[in-house]
Design a protein around this ligand. Structure first.
Ligand code: XLS
Ligand code: NI
Ligand code: NI
Length: 438
């Protein structure tokens, strides 16, 4: 694969009229938008698992994507895989990556072998990072694929399994710190249940919180100053996942006093699986000060699972970047393409084109979101819609100066109220007007 990749041109910005498919039409990394280079607003990251590991296997067929990394031993293969990852990021100008422990290191036969492999491969990856300037956005541990986690990891019914999960997370935190990562993710792949008939939900949730506290205590003691993230997802692989959506996770974090250390890593496809829009999840995180990072992908609303497609929907990307701008941009987080090419897109060219499509989609989304804010009509409408809370009785409600007695007295003295229009269609038309005049 590396040979085919090397044969491809370096991907550069050529503008929207270019017909060169190996060029960016909207992503111009150093162009300043809202006072920052686009690349700093977008902070694109490569997902190691989909881009370097997934082979297109589905329940009906074997892999279609060549993952035969040159090298005889699993470690040699892991190194060849890392070489390909860094060559690909350089070709695309992607400056960050994200990994699970077992994406980068051979799993070996037991946890000790995994630990040793992780140390060896991170030494190697560190040299590639130093050479290229590419950085780690976040790391995580895969506590869902191995059969030992069939009943969960932090929420497993057996303490021995809990101990294995803690061990894997400890070593993944060490790897994250060693590579200078600014985030550590918890995604609860098996942290949920299939049936309440066999489940002690109260204990499982308490244990999950215990595991997270241990992770925070350990990482902070080792000097980690980045963010911890929970990545909400309502279902799949379990029927009910405990990290269901942003609101549910906020309740969990507050109950267990984890809200100082944890933020959200929000994935577009998980939002829609939870019956929300991507913007809804970002918005809820933003207004609760837990917006952290994004897994940028998109689902297929006609299918009911996490299809993890590369994002190409400009409307959703615009609303996403609108929220990101309003959140003040990313601090430790970024836009990680937790996305995979379709099974029939089996060539390395397809992976490059998929990243170009995703990066251009978010670059265009950023451009349009910026225009929407400059245009100001939507923002002004929202501000005016609530202006009754800035004076008179509204200001008194906000200031906590009135209660039911005072409000009753006030309301009984009112004449007929002229109720405002919500003006949804008009606002949608403004949105389209701005979107298509970019
Ligand atoms: C799966 C998740 C996973 C996380 C990292 O649905 O999106 O890929 O991002 O464990
Ligand atoms: Ni994800
Ligand atoms: Ni996902």
């Amino acid at each position: 694969m590396i040979k085919q990749l090397n044969a491809l041109p370096e991907v550069k910005y050529e503008g929207k009229d270019s017909k060169n498919e190996f060029s960016f039409k909207y992503y111009n990394p150093d162009e300043i938008i809202l006072g920052k280079p686009m690349k700093d607003y977008l902070k694109f990251a490569l997902s190691y698992w989909h881009t370097l590991c997934g082979d297109g296997t589905d329940p009906f067929g074997v892999g279609t994507i060549d993952r035969n990394y040159a090298g005889t031993t699993p470690m040699e293969q892991a190194k060849a895989k890392a070489d390909l990852a860094f060559a690909l990021m350089q070709k695309l100008g992607v400056e960050y990556f994200c990994f699970h422990d077992v994406d980068i290191a051979p799993e070996g036969n037991n946890l000790s072998e995994l630990k040793a492999n992780l140390i060896e491969i991170t030494d190697y990856i560190k040299t590639l990072m130093d050479k290229t300037g590419i950085k780690l956005l976040w790391g995580t541990a895969n506590c869902f694929s191995h059969p030992r986690y069939m009943n969960g990891a932090g929420t497993a019914s057996q303490a021995d399994v809990f101990a294995c999960a803690a061990t894997q997370i400890k070593n993944a935190i060490d790897a994250t710190i060693k590579l200078g990562g600014t985030g550590y993710v918890f995604w609860g792949g098996r942290e949920g249940y299939e049936t309440l008939l066999n489940t002690n939900m109260a204990l499982e949730l308490d244990n999950m919180a215990r595991l997270m506290h241990m992770a925070v205590d350990y990482a902070r003691s080792k000097g980690f100053t980045g963010d911890f993230y929970i990545e909400p997802k309502p279902k799949e692989p379990t029927k009910h996942q405990y990290d269901f959506d942003v609101s549910t996770v906020i309740g969990f974090l507050r109950k267990y006093n984890l809200d100082k250390d944890f933020k959200m890593n929000i994935e577009a496809n998980h939002a829609t699986l939870a019956g929300h829009t991507f913007q809804h999840e970002l918005h809820v995180a933003r207004i609760n000060d837990v917006f952290g990072s994004i897994d940028a992908n998109q689902g297929d609303l006609l299918l009911g699972w996490d299809t993890d497609q590369f994002p190409t929907n400009i409307y959703d990307a615009t609303l996403c970047m609108y929220e990101v701008i309003k959140a003040g941009g990313f601090t430790n987080g970024g836009l990680n393409f937790d996305a995979k090419v379709r099974r029939a897109s089996y060539k390395i060219d397809d992976i490059v084109l998929a990243y170009i499509a995703g990066m251009d989609t978010f670059a265009l989304g950023l451009r349009i979101a910026n225009k929407l804010l400059e245009d100001g009509r939507i923002e002004d409408f929202v501000a005016k819609r609530y202006d009754s809370y800035t004076t008179g009785i509204g200001a008194e409600i906000i200031a906590g100066k009135v209660g039911f007695e005072e409000l009753e007295k006030y309301a009984l003295g009112l004449d007929e109220i002229e109720i405002q229009s919500g003006k949804q269609e008009g606002l949608e038309a403004i949105f389209n007007n701005v979107m298509f005049s970019v």
